[in-house]
Ligand binder design. Structure first.
Ligand SMILES: [Zn+2]
Length: 250
């Protein structure tokens, strides 16, 4: 398979005053469609790319199941731009700021791929092996039951996972983990699929440049990711989150 970039989005467009979405990962609708235009208005999902050999070098996905993803998915389908993966937590579906099961069913019927982000939005690296297995099996079973479509992919909340997660995913019947350490996706059979996290401050062009031979952009992002990982490991997940909210003011 040719080199691909897997973009990881969260909420898209203007958020309401007390929206629970993380504003640092909120991306503007205008920039989203600018990026798509640069990509030739053709994107694919990981699920589709694993099963069908296509030429599409841009893959997109959305974590968390935010309500804004519903309209974006309808527009993708309406404009015939392709499909995307939606990594959701069954425990938040139907709640304020999140899509409902009937909306997800609509997206599933349109060919979108609905996958697991865990049963709850918890850091897997903080869980025992047994709890990780429970989260993986339960979320998979609920999504498959509600939508009658197979779940093959897992995106760890906050990108936090460990060796036990790999084993638990294999055991629960997942085909791959879509994580958040930025890199190109070069092997459709690999169990670990790197993604490029999209932040609110990113420009459409800087994101587009990952699909060109602009490896310095990717190297810079990898370095920033590695630094963040060291801080997370040094502080632990709870202290890191408190530190982050003090620094970012959220
Ligand atoms: Zn998440």
């Amino acid at each position: 398979m040719s080199k691909r970039v897997v973009y990881m989005f969260h909420s898209i467009g203007q958020l309401s005053a007390n929206d629970s979405a993380d504003i640092h990962y909120n991306f503007s609708t205008t920039k989203f469609f600018q990026l798509l235009q640069m990509l030739g208005n053709e994107v694919s999902s990981i699920e589709r790319s694993m099963n069908i050999d296509n030429d599409c070098n841009a893959v997109i996905g959305f974590d968390d199941g935010h309500i804004s993803n519903y309209n974006i998915a309808l527009e993708l389908a309406d404009r015939n731009y392709g499909n995307a993966d939606f990594f959701i937590n069954p425990s938040t579906i139907g709640q304020k700021d999140y899509m409902s099961w009937s909306q997800l069913k609509e997206l599933d019927d349109l060919g979108m791929s609905i996958q697991s982000h865990g049963l709850d939005h918890v850091y897997f690296s903080d869980l025992s092996a047994a709890l990780q297995t429970y989260q993986l099996e339960k979320s998979k079973a609920i999504i498959e039951d509600k939508l009658s479509s197979p779940v093959h992919l897992f995106a760890p909340p906050g990108g936090r996972f460990n060796e036990q997660t790999l084993e638990a995913c294999h055991h629960a019947g997942y085909r791959a983990i879509a994580h958040s350490a930025p890199d190109n996706w070069t092997d459709s059979t690999s169990f670990l699929i790197p993604r490029v996290p999209v932040h609110s401050m990113d420009s459409a062009y800087s994101l587009y440049s990952f699909t060109r031979d602009r490896s310095f952009c990717l190297q810079r992002m990898r370095l920033a990711y590695q630094l963040k990982l060291w801080v997370k490991q040094a502080l632990g997940n709870n202290r890191y989150d408190r530190f982050r909210s003090q620094v970012l003011g959220v």
